[in-house]
Ligand binder design. Structure first.
Ligand code: HPA
Length: 266
């Protein structure tokens, strides 16, 4: 991580206060950044490349709503075969560069029957079912404690702010618990019934490792899901990645408005 941090510090002309990580189909937000300085992942030594369709591979530094931001367009997923360390490398570096607040976004399957395709959901908590954890191994005490508390992993302060702003600008925002699996298969209907019983409202394959690593470092996390499809077995249809991307595209304007409305208040 130190290598990538030093590499970026030597090149980036602004110090980001807020980082925004874009999920599948949400890449467009990168275009909203003013005075963009674009850095491609492939140019950063040792930076994990994202192979997922719908994920670009670049960092965009600049301003949005008067705040210095960095947008991470394209993330590394565990299912791509990256080590869990690599999955969280990006957000760790951005937090060390100065982003003490990080907005994570993702595409997710809706388990809660009150959701619908295209719904925006504020993540209030998670269930980590990836079978791994980014803090496994020797603890780096310079980052955070050995046994970090997870009670407030998703900042109550930022959540309250997001709910307030969503209401203010008239964007419907639900809230829920996100279960993170390794993927890359979508779930079976039986797995979805199980996830509902254990208290999950959403299911996906990202975000949780990053939220854990950021919480460990003391950064404030705000996370949103876009329900790109109802989870397996709820409708009679198969789930496909094209539908996931298409729904992401349909709601991104709302998503961008919501994030824009929150930024000045962070
Ligand atoms: N399951 C897991 N991950 C997802 C889904 C899903 O149904 N939709 C988008 N990401």
């Amino acid at each position: 991580m130190i290598d990538q941090l030093a590499w970026l510090e030597a090149r980036v002309t602004t110090k980001p206060q807020v980082a925004i990580v874009l999920g599948s189909g949400l890449g467009q937000m990168a275009d909203a950044v003013e005075n963009p300085q674009v850095i491609r992942y492939e140019d950063i030594p040792g930076w994990p490349l994202s192979t997922a369709v719908g994920h670009a591979g670049k960092l965009i530094f600049g301003q949005l709503e008067g705040r210095n931001v960095v947008v991470m367009s394209g993330r590394a997923h565990y299912y791509e075969g990256h080590s869990i360390d690599k999955v969280v490398l990006g957000v760790r570096v951005l937090a060390r560069l100065g982003a003490r607040q990080v907005i994570l976004t993702n595409a997710a399957g809706g388990i809660n029957l009150s959701y619908h395709r295209g719904a925006l959901v504020l993540i209030t908590d998670h269930i980590n079912l990836q079978g791994t954890n980014p803090l496994l191994g020797p603890n780096d005490d310079s980052l955070g404690p050995r046994f970090p508390d997870m009670t407030f992993c998703y900042s109550p302060r930022l959540r309250a702010l997001a709910e307030e702003q969503a209401h203010h600008i008239g964007v419907p925002l639900q809230h829920g618990v996100y279960a993170c699996l390794s993927g890359p298969t979508y779930e079976t209907p039986a797995e979805i019934r199980y996830l509902r019983i254990i208290g999950a409202d959403l299911v996906g394959m990202s975000t949780v490792p990053e939220a854990i690593a950021l919480n460990h470092m003391g950064a404030e996390v705000l996370a949103f899901s876009c329900v790109t499809n109802m989870a397996a077995g709820i409708t009679n249809e198969k789930i496909n990645h094209e539908e996931v991307l298409e729904t992401g595209r349909q709601v991104r304007e709302q998503f961008i408005s919501l994030i824009r409305s929150i930024l000045p208040k962070l």
